[in-house]
Design a protein around this ligand. Structure first.
Ligand code: CUA
Length: 404
């Protein structure tokens, strides 16, 4: 009966693990479901190293089990000592050479791919044999968001980059403060961005249209886990359309409604020193050119007016702890914030948006496990949590008293 229970528990544990792990397999966020050349190469390396490790494990376990059975103490032979193999040249050579061969099998493609990922100089060639112009994006990592400048195109964005499918897009990467790491799991490996002035370079390529989730993969402060961004891969035609639309923005466009116009004035007085609309150099806060087209607020929150109100009102203090906006000197009342929101929601220069890239894979996914709840819920929860915490504290105090 006991053995049966143990087996049942083991099966249950495996089932729960399978359920939890299957949640990791979102096609816009998983290294195991590559949607780009880089991620596909990395998956090959993952499979190769796993196969080698499994091979070593199986061989070692087989020998181990064989030895346990073969050399177990037998009745009547308690004093028997098997033949000793210490110092055997043949064995020493064998277990030195086999690992070297295995490491070579692993090292050759790894080094090859490392160079391939770093190759940003070989231009791509079109089907007609013409050299394609390279698209370069300057990437700057900042606490806790990303600044993107399209070289030669006069386009600046934050949090989201648009790229055409089936082409390499080249990234020149640096940080403004601490080390961050740029990672879009389903299309390419990680690359650190350093604050010391040396730029790291890599390329991205997406096979299919889609909204691909990017993460900061280097612990960089209290909001490290909220430093998300998106790579939006659209068809080459849509990409051209997006480029034209973005280039058309000067930041001086006047919105239609009176409320939004009032909002624009408040924005210009209070926000312009840190943010910009239209192409801009790297500033203290994110560029807002296509703010209303973004799918997420601050990279992680749903783009709703409630969340946006909360963000401007509290300067994101609890939504993204440690963000620099907390020090912004503005002081706006409810009406002014709503006017600014109405203005920000007019910042939608293009019909090419995350929806045009997505095939329902990312936007329709149930992402509730992957990132924070909406602020309202979060507030309610934290109040509940506080109550619970207080209870727990009282309990702890009682416990302590008991101990004393
Ligand atoms: Cu930036 Cu972690």
């Amino acid at each position: 009966m006991k053995g049966w229970m143990t087996r049942f528990k083991a099966v249950m544990a495996l089932t729960v693990m399978a359920l939890i792990l299957s949640g990791c397999g979102e096609p816009f966020l998983s290294t195991l479901q590559p949607s780009g050349e880089g991620a596909a190469m990395l998956l090959e390396l993952i499979i190769l190293s796993t196969v080698i490790m499994l091979f070593v494990f199986v061989v070692v376990m087989a020998i181990y089990i064989y030895v346990i059975i073969k050399f177990r103490q037998k009745k009547g032979q308690e004093d028997f000592i098997p033949k000793q193999t210490e110092g055997s040249h043949a064995l020493e050579t064998l277990w030195t050479v086999i690992p070297i061969i295995l490491l070579l099998i692993l090292a050759v493609p790894t080094v090859q791919y490392t160079f391939a990922f770093a190759d940003v100089n070989t231009p791509e060639v079109s089907e007609e044999g013409e050299e394609l112009d390279q698209i370069w994006i300057d990437v700057t990592g900042k606490q806790y968001w990303w600044h993107f400048e399209y070289e030669g195109l006069d386009i600046t964005t934050s949090q989201e980059i648009y790229i055409p499918t089936d082409r390499r897009v080249y990234l020149s990467m640096i940080s403004d403060d601490v080390i961050h790491s740029f990672w879009v799991p389903s299309i390419q490996g990680k690359m650190d961005v350093n604050p010391t002035g040396n730029r790291n370079e890599m390329w991205l390529q997406a096979d299919e249209e889609g909204v691909y989730w990017g993460k900061c993969a280097e612990l960089c402060g209290p909001s490290h886990s909220l430093m998300d961004f998106k790579v939006i891969a659209v068809s080459p035609g849509e990409f051209e359309e997006w480029v034209e639309d973005m280039q058309g923005v000067t930041g001086e466009e006047e919105p239609e409604t009176a409320t939004a116009q009032a909002g624009q004035e408040i924005y210009e007085e209070n926000c312009l020193s840190c943010h910009a609309v239209g192409s801009s150099p790297n500033k203290v806060g994110p560029n807002l050119t296509n703010f209303a087209d973004r799918d997420k607020l601050a990279g992680v929150f749903d783009m709703t007016e409630e969340n946006l109100f909360e963000w401007i009102d509290t300067k994101g203090e609890e939504m993204k702890p440690g963000n620099l906006m907390v020090d912004a000197p503005y002081d706006l009342n409810e009406e002014e914030i709503n006017q600014v929101i109405e203005y920000l929601m007019t910042l939608s220069p293009s019909d090419v948006t995350p929806e045009s890239a997505d095939n329902g894979v990312y936007i329709d996914s149930d992402l509730s496990d992957l990132f924070p709840e909406e602020e309202e819920d979060a507030d309610e929860e934290s109040e509940e949590d506080d109550e619970v915490d207080e209870d727990e504290e009282t309990d702890e105090e009682t416990d302590e008293n008991d101990e004393e």
